[in-house]
Design a protein around this ligand. Structure first.
Ligand code: AMP
Length: 174
């Protein structure tokens, strides 16, 4: 399985979840063990140079990449979750959507002060979620040293919102 062949398993679903959005459905890729592995390995190759101590996954599809990266790299996993899911004390970050706002949370002790963290998600779109995740980790005292995405929707310009840290993506659509 090549990284190019794995890409063919990402399914474009037009007009989901609303008209005008082309949803990148990663389920067929995840259903192929070789494809998932080749993508995970490519992401590890990209983020190794950042020397993360923790990998932070954004709920829920970010977990599907953050977990194997952390496991393979022998690093800790941090869960960035939707509100009301975490049982311990949390830090919270609100961010603007096209209409309204959204919120993400993380345990306050999920990262230690000064710890190096790479943020992981499946798709980088407008960058609002990933930028909020960065602020969240910084609130807890962590240092964001990079981002890793499987897919980057380059035409939405999300990368520009992530500041001056390396942003890795395996498949970029401009
Ligand atoms: P954004 O904050 O706009 O960068 O959106 C990022 C989040 O929305 C990610 O967690 C993605 O899983 C999801 N997302 C946004 N656009 C798409 C898309 N076209 N296909 C699949 N997932 C998307």
């Amino acid at each position: 399985m090549s990284i190019h062949d794995a890409e063919k398993l990402i399914r474009d679903v037009p007009d989901f979840p609303k008209p005008g959005i082309v949803f990148k459905d990663i389920a067929p890729l995840l259903a192929d063990g070789k494809a998932w592995r080749v993508v995970t390995e490519a992401m590890i190759a990209e983020v190794s140079a950042c020397k993360p101590e923790k990998l932070a996954g954004i709920e829920s599809r970010g977990f599907l990449f953050a977990a194997p990266l952390a496991y393979e790299m022998g690093r800790g996993l941090v869960l960035i979750r939707k509100p009301g899911k975490l049982p311990w004390k949390v830090v919270r970050e609100e961010y603007a959507l096209e209409y309204g706002t959204d919120t993400i949370e993380m345990h306050v002790d999920a990262v230690a002060p000064g710890e190096r963290v790479v943020i992981v998600d499946d798709v980088l779109a407008t960058g609002g979620t990933a930028a909020a995740a960065k602020r969240l980790i910084e609130k807890a005292g962590g240092v964001v040293v990079g981002f890793a995405f499987m897919v980057e929707l380059g035409f939405l310009g999300g990368r520009a919102r992530l500041g001056d840290v390396p942003v890795a993506s395996i498949y970029r659509y401009d």
